[in-house]
Write a protein that binds this ligand. Structure first.
Ligand SMILES: *Cc1c(COP(=O)(O)O)cnc(C)c1O
Length: 222
């Protein structure tokens, strides 16, 4: 497992695909998904200079980044929360993270707004859209997106863009194209879409954040 090599390879693929589609590679941010990875692998990634990481569990993230001191050691790290967020974990999320990609309901909007005020800290926020309308998945259904956006706006929560996780057995590109349309319709500039197996399909559809785990770190321990 050579993490530095993996990062180089993924960056190369991102640049190559971006150029193919006449996009500036600088407009594509790599979120290295470090959930359930051994700390040595994360340190290797940090040693390459990478600073943007994704975690999907508050407890695990606190352990890695807070208790083991990685966030103190690397103060310019930016953490993206990419899991489903319970309101009782919002306090910890706002403390530890710079971005929440999974806003999906009004009471979460309220909790995040309240906690950001309390801590005087602004986080970048995405709304997660359940583009496949899968009942087991989080995310707002596409039909409810306009009202959630309105709700966030009225509550004073700035939404930078949309995020989706396509259904496993459907072509990702269809969902990426749909998410792009929704973002355009609402004047949102950022799109978080594309994982290890489909990020090259997300680039032509204007992804601005790619969330990549296993291709960078190898398989996860569960
Ligand atoms: C785990 C995870 C990823 C990364 O998936 P890989 O297939 O390991 O690249 C991306 N997005 C979300 C929301 C995840 O939970």
């Amino acid at each position: 497992m050579n993490i530095a090599h993996n990062f180089k390879e993924i960056h190369y693929k991102i640049q190559k695909t971006a150029r193919q589609w006449v996009r500036d590679p600088q407009t594509i941010e790599l979120v290295a998904v470090s959930k359930k990875q051994p700390i040595e692998r994360i340190i290797e990634a940090l040693e390459t200079g990478h600073r943007v990481f994704g975690e999907n569990n508050i407890q695990d993230a606190k352990k890695t980044w807070e208790r083991k001191g990685l966030k103190t050691q690397y103060p310019d790290v930016k953490l993206h929360f990419i899991g489903s967020l319970q309101t009782n974990k919002v306090k910890d999320a706002v403390t530890l993270f710079e971005c929440i990609e999974t806003i999906d309901r009004p009471n979460l909007v309220d909790a995040v707004v309240k906690e950001m005020k309390k801590q005087d800290k602004k986080l970048m926020c995405f709304i997660q859209v359940n583009t496949g309308e899968e009942s087991q998945k989080s995310g707002v259904f596409p039909s409810a997106l306009p009202s959630l956006l309105c709700y966030a706006q009225e509550a004073g929560l700035e939404i930078t863009g949309l995020m989706c996780i396509p259904p496993q057995h459907e072509p990702s590109a269809l969902h990426f194209a749909f998410l792009k349309k929704l973002a355009q319709a609402h004047g949102l500039k950022n799109l978080s879409m594309g994982m290890s197996h489909d990020f090259e399909k997300a680039i032509p559809l204007h992804a601005t954040y790619l969330r990549i785990g296993t291709s960078l770190f190898g398989t996860r321990k569960d």
